[in-house]
Design a protein. Structure first.
Length: 401
Protein backbone atom coordinates (compact mmCIF):
# COMPACT_ATOMS: atom_id res chain seq x y z
CA UNK A 1 0.00 0.00 0.00
CA UNK A 2 1.34 3.44 -0.93
CA UNK A 3 0.57 6.21 1.57
CA UNK A 4 -0.68 9.19 -0.39
CA UNK A 5 1.40 12.28 0.27
CA UNK A 6 4.71 10.44 0.07
CA UNK A 7 7.27 11.57 -2.46
CA UNK A 8 8.98 8.87 -4.49
CA UNK A 9 12.06 9.83 -6.51
CA UNK A 10 12.85 7.51 -9.39
CA UNK A 11 15.96 9.20 -10.72
CA UNK A 12 17.94 12.41 -10.70
CA UNK A 13 16.93 14.72 -13.52
CA UNK A 14 19.41 14.95 -16.33
CA UNK A 15 19.56 15.51 -20.07
CA UNK A 16 17.10 13.42 -22.03
CA UNK A 17 18.84 11.35 -24.72
CA UNK A 18 17.82 11.81 -28.32
CA UNK A 19 18.85 13.01 -31.73
CA UNK A 20 19.67 16.64 -32.45
CA UNK A 21 16.79 19.02 -33.07
CA UNK A 22 15.24 19.37 -36.49
CA UNK A 23 16.83 22.46 -38.11
CA UNK A 24 14.62 25.50 -38.37
CA UNK A 25 11.56 24.02 -36.69
CA UNK A 26 12.12 22.41 -33.29
CA UNK A 27 15.33 23.38 -31.56
CA UNK A 28 16.87 24.37 -28.25
CA UNK A 29 14.60 24.30 -25.20
CA UNK A 30 11.48 23.41 -27.23
CA UNK A 31 13.13 20.28 -28.60
CA UNK A 32 14.44 19.26 -25.19
CA UNK A 33 11.00 19.61 -23.61
CA UNK A 34 9.42 17.62 -26.45
CA UNK A 35 11.86 14.77 -25.80
CA UNK A 36 11.58 15.03 -22.02
CA UNK A 37 7.81 14.58 -21.95
CA UNK A 38 7.74 11.35 -23.98
CA UNK A 39 8.51 8.98 -21.04
CA UNK A 40 6.39 11.18 -18.76
CA UNK A 41 3.33 10.69 -20.98
CA UNK A 42 3.97 6.95 -21.05
CA UNK A 43 4.18 6.89 -17.24
CA UNK A 44 0.92 8.88 -16.99
CA UNK A 45 -0.81 6.31 -19.21
CA UNK A 46 0.28 3.46 -16.94
CA UNK A 47 -0.84 5.30 -13.80
CA UNK A 48 -4.27 5.99 -15.31
CA UNK A 49 -4.64 2.34 -16.33
CA UNK A 50 -3.84 1.33 -12.75
CA UNK A 51 -6.59 3.68 -11.57
CA UNK A 52 -9.33 2.32 -13.84
CA UNK A 53 -12.62 1.32 -12.26
CA UNK A 54 -15.61 3.04 -10.68
CA UNK A 55 -14.44 2.32 -7.13
CA UNK A 56 -10.87 3.51 -7.72
CA UNK A 57 -9.45 6.44 -5.78
CA UNK A 58 -7.75 7.80 -8.92
CA UNK A 59 -8.35 11.53 -9.41
CA UNK A 60 -5.91 12.44 -12.20
CA UNK A 61 -2.37 13.20 -13.28
CA UNK A 62 -0.62 16.43 -14.15
CA UNK A 63 2.77 16.92 -15.79
CA UNK A 64 5.47 19.45 -14.99
CA UNK A 65 7.56 18.85 -18.08
CA UNK A 66 10.31 21.34 -17.29
CA UNK A 67 10.92 19.74 -13.87
CA UNK A 68 10.43 16.17 -15.12
CA UNK A 69 7.68 15.49 -12.55
CA UNK A 70 4.47 13.49 -12.97
CA UNK A 71 1.97 14.47 -10.27
CA UNK A 72 -0.49 11.70 -9.35
CA UNK A 73 -3.59 12.55 -7.29
CA UNK A 74 -5.37 9.80 -5.36
CA UNK A 75 -8.25 9.70 -2.86
CA UNK A 76 -7.35 7.35 -0.04
CA UNK A 77 -4.39 4.99 -0.13
CA UNK A 78 -3.16 3.93 -3.55
CA UNK A 79 -2.83 0.16 -4.16
CA UNK A 80 0.43 -1.77 -4.44
CA UNK A 81 0.23 -1.73 -8.25
CA UNK A 82 0.55 2.05 -8.17
CA UNK A 83 3.39 1.91 -5.64
CA UNK A 84 5.23 -0.48 -7.95
CA UNK A 85 4.81 1.85 -10.91
CA UNK A 86 6.01 4.84 -8.91
CA UNK A 87 9.12 3.09 -7.64
CA UNK A 88 9.88 1.79 -11.12
CA UNK A 89 9.65 5.13 -12.93
CA UNK A 90 12.15 5.46 -15.78
CA UNK A 91 15.35 7.48 -15.55
CA UNK A 92 14.68 11.20 -15.75
CA UNK A 93 11.10 10.93 -14.47
CA UNK A 94 9.96 11.64 -10.92
CA UNK A 95 6.49 10.73 -9.64
CA UNK A 96 4.92 12.63 -6.75
CA UNK A 97 1.74 11.24 -5.17
CA UNK A 98 -0.71 13.68 -3.56
CA UNK A 99 -3.99 13.25 -1.64
CA UNK A 100 -7.19 14.13 -3.51
CA UNK A 101 -10.53 15.23 -2.10
CA UNK A 102 -12.60 13.66 -4.90
CA UNK A 103 -12.10 10.90 -7.47
CA UNK A 104 -12.27 11.37 -11.23
CA UNK A 105 -15.53 9.38 -11.30
CA UNK A 106 -17.16 11.62 -8.68
CA UNK A 107 -16.17 14.79 -10.51
CA UNK A 108 -17.29 13.49 -13.90
CA UNK A 109 -20.75 12.64 -12.56
CA UNK A 110 -21.12 16.12 -11.06
CA UNK A 111 -19.80 17.74 -14.28
CA UNK A 112 -22.46 15.97 -16.33
CA UNK A 113 -25.14 17.23 -13.94
CA UNK A 114 -23.96 20.86 -14.17
CA UNK A 115 -23.98 20.78 -17.98
CA UNK A 116 -27.39 19.12 -18.06
CA UNK A 117 -29.02 21.64 -15.73
CA UNK A 118 -27.08 24.87 -16.34
CA UNK A 119 -25.52 24.51 -19.80
CA UNK A 120 -26.26 26.78 -22.75
CA UNK A 121 -28.59 24.13 -24.19
CA UNK A 122 -30.64 24.26 -20.97
CA UNK A 123 -30.88 28.05 -21.12
CA UNK A 124 -28.04 28.63 -18.64
CA UNK A 125 -24.69 30.39 -18.98
CA UNK A 126 -22.35 27.40 -18.50
CA UNK A 127 -20.24 26.65 -21.58
CA UNK A 128 -17.59 24.36 -20.09
CA UNK A 129 -17.10 22.09 -17.07
CA UNK A 130 -13.63 20.67 -16.36
CA UNK A 131 -12.89 18.12 -13.61
CA UNK A 132 -9.54 19.20 -12.17
CA UNK A 133 -6.94 16.41 -12.18
CA UNK A 134 -5.89 17.22 -8.60
CA UNK A 135 -9.36 16.09 -7.45
CA UNK A 136 -10.13 19.42 -5.77
CA UNK A 137 -13.34 20.01 -7.74
CA UNK A 138 -14.69 21.48 -10.97
CA UNK A 139 -13.62 24.50 -13.00
CA UNK A 140 -16.47 26.08 -14.96
CA UNK A 141 -16.45 28.39 -17.98
CA UNK A 142 -19.42 30.74 -18.37
CA UNK A 143 -20.41 33.13 -21.16
CA UNK A 144 -21.66 35.94 -18.88
CA UNK A 145 -19.72 37.64 -16.08
CA UNK A 146 -22.93 38.00 -14.09
CA UNK A 147 -23.14 34.22 -13.78
CA UNK A 148 -19.72 33.78 -12.14
CA UNK A 149 -20.85 34.27 -8.53
CA UNK A 150 -23.85 31.94 -8.72
CA UNK A 151 -21.96 29.18 -10.51
CA UNK A 152 -19.02 29.47 -8.10
CA UNK A 153 -21.39 28.70 -5.23
CA UNK A 154 -22.46 25.36 -6.75
CA UNK A 155 -21.30 22.15 -4.99
CA UNK A 156 -17.80 20.97 -6.03
CA UNK A 157 -17.18 24.11 -8.16
CA UNK A 158 -13.85 25.64 -7.09
CA UNK A 159 -13.64 28.43 -9.67
CA UNK A 160 -15.43 29.95 -12.65
CA UNK A 161 -14.16 32.10 -15.50
CA UNK A 162 -15.69 33.96 -18.44
CA UNK A 163 -15.12 32.59 -21.95
CA UNK A 164 -16.27 33.51 -25.45
CA UNK A 165 -16.26 30.15 -27.27
CA UNK A 166 -16.00 30.06 -31.05
CA UNK A 167 -15.93 26.94 -33.29
CA UNK A 168 -13.37 27.34 -36.08
CA UNK A 169 -14.68 26.61 -39.38
CA UNK A 170 -2.42 23.44 -47.63
CA UNK A 171 -2.37 21.48 -47.38
CA UNK A 172 -4.38 23.02 -50.27
CA UNK A 173 -5.35 21.24 -53.46
CA UNK A 174 -3.25 18.11 -53.07
CA UNK A 175 -4.33 14.87 -54.69
CA UNK A 176 -4.54 11.30 -53.46
CA UNK A 177 -3.06 9.96 -51.21
CA UNK A 178 -4.52 12.32 -48.61
CA UNK A 179 -2.95 13.23 -45.25
CA UNK A 180 -3.83 14.90 -41.96
CA UNK A 181 -3.51 18.67 -41.73
CA UNK A 182 -4.79 19.27 -45.26
CA UNK A 183 -7.38 21.87 -46.28
CA UNK A 184 -10.91 20.69 -47.00
CA UNK A 185 -13.49 23.30 -48.00
CA UNK A 186 -13.44 25.79 -45.08
CA UNK A 187 -11.92 23.41 -42.51
CA UNK A 188 -9.01 20.96 -42.05
CA UNK A 189 -8.40 17.24 -41.64
CA UNK A 190 -6.72 15.91 -38.52
CA UNK A 191 -5.55 12.38 -39.26
CA UNK A 192 -6.11 9.53 -41.70
CA UNK A 193 -7.65 6.33 -40.31
CA UNK A 194 -8.75 2.92 -41.56
CA UNK A 195 -12.17 1.53 -40.63
CA UNK A 196 -13.55 -1.95 -41.15
CA UNK A 197 -16.59 -2.18 -43.44
CA UNK A 198 -19.19 -4.61 -42.09
CA UNK A 199 -20.48 -5.05 -45.64
CA UNK A 200 -17.23 -5.94 -47.41
CA UNK A 201 -15.13 -6.85 -44.32
CA UNK A 202 -12.33 -4.71 -45.76
CA UNK A 203 -10.48 -1.83 -44.15
CA UNK A 204 -11.52 1.37 -45.92
CA UNK A 205 -9.70 4.75 -45.86
CA UNK A 206 -11.25 7.65 -43.93
CA UNK A 207 -10.25 11.15 -42.87
CA UNK A 208 -11.23 12.68 -39.52
CA UNK A 209 -12.47 16.28 -39.29
CA UNK A 210 -14.77 18.37 -37.07
CA UNK A 211 -18.49 17.56 -36.98
CA UNK A 212 -19.55 21.22 -37.06
CA UNK A 213 -17.94 21.61 -40.50
CA UNK A 214 -20.26 19.21 -42.36
CA UNK A 215 -23.45 17.19 -42.47
CA UNK A 216 -23.79 13.54 -43.45
CA UNK A 217 -23.75 13.20 -47.23
CA UNK A 218 -21.79 16.41 -47.92
CA UNK A 219 -19.17 16.18 -50.65
CA UNK A 220 -15.71 17.24 -49.50
CA UNK A 221 -13.11 18.91 -51.71
CA UNK A 222 -9.64 20.36 -51.25
CA UNK A 223 -8.08 23.30 -53.04
CA UNK A 224 -9.51 26.41 -54.70
CA UNK A 225 -9.61 28.13 -58.09
CA UNK A 226 -5.88 28.89 -58.00
CA UNK A 227 -4.62 25.51 -56.78
CA UNK A 228 -7.28 23.41 -58.49
CA UNK A 229 -10.17 21.62 -56.80
CA UNK A 230 -9.90 17.89 -55.98
CA UNK A 231 -12.79 15.74 -54.74
CA UNK A 232 -11.76 13.95 -51.54
CA UNK A 233 -14.91 12.00 -50.75
CA UNK A 234 -18.21 12.17 -48.90
CA UNK A 235 -19.07 12.64 -45.21
CA UNK A 236 -20.13 9.24 -43.92
CA UNK A 237 -20.92 9.98 -40.27
CA UNK A 238 -20.88 12.81 -37.73
CA UNK A 239 -20.83 12.60 -33.94
CA UNK A 240 -21.51 16.00 -32.32
CA UNK A 241 -20.74 14.71 -28.81
CA UNK A 242 -17.08 14.39 -29.84
CA UNK A 243 -17.40 17.09 -32.54
CA UNK A 244 -15.85 14.78 -35.10
CA UNK A 245 -16.87 13.47 -38.51
CA UNK A 246 -15.63 10.69 -40.78
CA UNK A 247 -15.02 11.36 -44.47
CA UNK A 248 -15.20 8.27 -46.69
CA UNK A 249 -12.47 8.67 -49.29
CA UNK A 250 -13.61 8.20 -52.89
CA UNK A 251 -13.04 4.75 -54.45
CA UNK A 252 -9.66 4.52 -56.13
CA UNK A 253 -8.14 7.15 -53.81
CA UNK A 254 -5.87 6.58 -50.85
CA UNK A 255 -4.71 7.89 -47.46
CA UNK A 256 -1.34 7.67 -45.73
CA UNK A 257 -0.25 7.76 -42.10
CA UNK A 258 1.41 11.15 -42.56
CA UNK A 259 0.36 14.71 -41.68
CA UNK A 260 1.27 18.19 -42.84
CA UNK A 261 3.65 20.34 -40.80
CA UNK A 262 5.11 23.79 -41.47
CA UNK A 263 3.41 26.77 -43.09
CA UNK A 264 0.67 27.24 -45.66
CA UNK A 265 1.45 27.65 -49.39
CA UNK A 266 4.77 29.38 -48.69
CA UNK A 267 7.21 26.61 -49.56
CA UNK A 268 7.79 25.62 -45.92
CA UNK A 269 5.22 22.82 -45.87
CA UNK A 270 6.38 19.27 -45.35
CA UNK A 271 4.96 16.00 -44.02
CA UNK A 272 5.80 13.80 -41.05
CA UNK A 273 4.81 10.20 -40.24
CA UNK A 274 2.14 9.62 -37.58
CA UNK A 275 3.36 6.62 -35.59
CA UNK A 276 0.85 6.39 -32.74
CA UNK A 277 -1.35 8.33 -30.34
CA UNK A 278 -0.81 10.38 -27.19
CA UNK A 279 -3.24 11.04 -24.34
CA UNK A 280 -3.90 14.69 -23.47
CA UNK A 281 -2.43 15.38 -20.01
CA UNK A 282 -2.58 18.60 -18.03
CA UNK A 283 0.83 20.25 -18.13
CA UNK A 284 2.04 18.48 -21.29
CA UNK A 285 2.96 20.33 -24.47
CA UNK A 286 1.30 19.93 -27.86
CA UNK A 287 1.43 21.48 -31.32
CA UNK A 288 -1.39 22.29 -33.76
CA UNK A 289 -1.17 22.19 -37.55
CA UNK A 290 -4.36 23.52 -39.11
CA UNK A 291 -4.49 23.96 -42.87
CA UNK A 292 -5.28 27.67 -42.63
CA UNK A 293 -2.82 28.96 -40.01
CA UNK A 294 0.01 26.38 -40.17
CA UNK A 295 1.95 24.78 -37.34
CA UNK A 296 2.11 26.25 -33.82
CA UNK A 297 3.90 24.74 -30.82
CA UNK A 298 4.62 25.60 -27.18
CA UNK A 299 0.93 25.01 -26.40
CA UNK A 300 0.53 23.86 -22.81
CA UNK A 301 -2.52 21.79 -21.93
CA UNK A 302 -4.27 23.55 -19.05
CA UNK A 303 -7.53 21.57 -18.88
CA UNK A 304 -8.51 18.03 -19.83
CA UNK A 305 -11.64 15.87 -19.97
CA UNK A 306 -13.88 18.94 -20.22
CA UNK A 307 -17.52 19.03 -21.30
CA UNK A 308 -18.47 22.02 -23.50
CA UNK A 309 -21.97 23.26 -24.22
CA UNK A 310 -22.02 25.27 -27.48
CA UNK A 311 -25.73 26.01 -27.26
CA UNK A 312 -26.43 23.78 -30.29
CA UNK A 313 -24.68 20.63 -29.04
CA UNK A 314 -22.54 19.35 -26.18
CA UNK A 315 -18.96 18.17 -26.77
CA UNK A 316 -17.16 15.77 -24.43
CA UNK A 317 -13.55 14.63 -23.97
CA UNK A 318 -12.35 18.18 -24.72
CA UNK A 319 -8.92 19.46 -23.72
CA UNK A 320 -7.81 23.08 -23.72
CA UNK A 321 -4.34 24.36 -24.55
CA UNK A 322 -2.86 27.85 -24.14
CA UNK A 323 0.09 29.11 -26.19
CA UNK A 324 2.82 29.86 -23.65
CA UNK A 325 4.02 33.08 -25.33
CA UNK A 326 0.43 34.29 -25.93
CA UNK A 327 0.78 33.91 -29.69
CA UNK A 328 -1.44 31.97 -32.07
CA UNK A 329 -2.62 28.48 -31.06
CA UNK A 330 -5.29 28.04 -33.77
CA UNK A 331 -7.43 30.11 -36.11
CA UNK A 332 -10.45 30.12 -38.36
CA UNK A 333 -10.39 27.23 -40.83
CA UNK A 334 -8.25 25.07 -38.54
CA UNK A 335 -11.29 23.17 -37.21
CA UNK A 336 -10.84 19.45 -37.74
CA UNK A 337 -7.06 19.87 -37.89
CA UNK A 338 -4.45 17.88 -35.96
CA UNK A 339 -3.15 18.34 -32.44
CA UNK A 340 0.01 16.32 -31.86
CA UNK A 341 3.09 15.63 -29.76
CA UNK A 342 6.54 14.72 -31.01
CA UNK A 343 8.52 11.52 -30.60
CA UNK A 344 11.82 11.77 -28.72
CA UNK A 345 13.88 12.10 -31.91
CA UNK A 346 11.47 14.76 -33.30
CA UNK A 347 11.15 12.91 -36.60
CA UNK A 348 7.59 11.61 -36.11
CA UNK A 349 4.37 12.63 -34.39
CA UNK A 350 1.76 11.11 -32.09
CA UNK A 351 -1.90 12.00 -32.67
CA UNK A 352 -3.28 13.83 -29.62
CA UNK A 353 -6.46 15.56 -30.74
CA UNK A 354 -8.81 17.19 -33.25
CA UNK A 355 -9.11 21.00 -33.24
CA UNK A 356 -12.70 22.12 -32.62
CA UNK A 357 -12.41 25.82 -31.72
CA UNK A 358 -10.83 28.67 -29.80
CA UNK A 359 -11.68 31.51 -27.43
CA UNK A 360 -12.56 34.91 -28.92
CA UNK A 361 -11.78 36.56 -25.58
CA UNK A 362 -8.11 35.54 -26.08
CA UNK A 363 -7.35 36.95 -29.57
CA UNK A 364 -4.05 36.43 -31.40
CA UNK A 365 -2.47 37.81 -34.57
CA UNK A 366 -3.42 35.48 -37.43
CA UNK A 367 -1.01 33.82 -39.85
CA UNK A 368 -1.29 32.72 -43.48
CA UNK A 369 -4.94 32.31 -44.53
CA UNK A 370 -6.54 32.12 -41.13
CA UNK A 371 -8.82 34.64 -39.44
CA UNK A 372 -10.45 35.03 -36.01
CA UNK A 373 -7.43 33.57 -34.21
CA UNK A 374 -6.85 32.75 -30.55
CA UNK A 375 -4.05 32.00 -28.11
CA UNK A 376 -6.28 29.19 -26.81
CA UNK A 377 -7.34 26.01 -28.61
CA UNK A 378 -10.14 23.57 -27.79
CA UNK A 379 -9.59 20.02 -29.05
CA UNK A 380 -11.17 16.59 -28.75
CA UNK A 381 -8.98 13.80 -27.36
CA UNK A 382 -7.95 11.60 -30.30
CA UNK A 383 -7.81 8.33 -28.37
CA UNK A 384 -11.47 8.82 -27.44
CA UNK A 385 -12.28 9.59 -31.09
CA UNK A 386 -10.44 6.49 -32.29
CA UNK A 387 -12.24 4.32 -29.72
CA UNK A 388 -15.67 5.67 -30.69
CA UNK A 389 -15.22 5.17 -34.43
CA UNK A 390 -13.34 1.84 -33.96
CA UNK A 391 -10.56 2.81 -36.32
CA UNK A 392 -6.83 2.29 -36.56
CA UNK A 393 -4.03 4.47 -37.90
CA UNK A 394 -2.81 3.56 -41.39
CA UNK A 395 0.78 2.71 -42.19
CA UNK A 396 3.13 5.12 -43.90
CA UNK A 397 2.41 3.73 -47.38
CA UNK A 398 -0.79 4.53 -49.32
CA UNK A 399 -3.82 2.56 -48.16
CA UNK A 400 -7.15 2.50 -49.96
CA UNK A 401 -10.01 0.40 -51.19
Amino acid sequence: MLLVGALVVAAVMGPVPGASAEPGRYSGEDAELARRQVPMLEMADRLEEAGAGKESGYAGVELDVAAGVVHLYWKGDAPRTVASLVSGAPEGVRVEVHPAEHTAVELRERADEVIRTQGLSAGGAVHRVTPLPDGSGLEVGVTARAAVAAVSAEPLVVRAEVETPAPYDGRWGGGSPFEGGMQISSCSTSFSVMKLSFFTFKLLPKLVTAAHCYQVGDWVTTGNSSTGVVIVGQVQAVYPELDTALIAVDPGKFVTGWMWDGGVLDGSEYTKPVVGTSQARKGSLVCTSGAWSGVHCDIKITKTDSTLDWGTHVSKAVSIGDQMQNTLAAGGGDSGGPVFTLTSDLSSVLAAGVIIGGDDSRPATCTYRSSRCSTRVFFTDFRTVESHWVTRMPGQGPEGQ
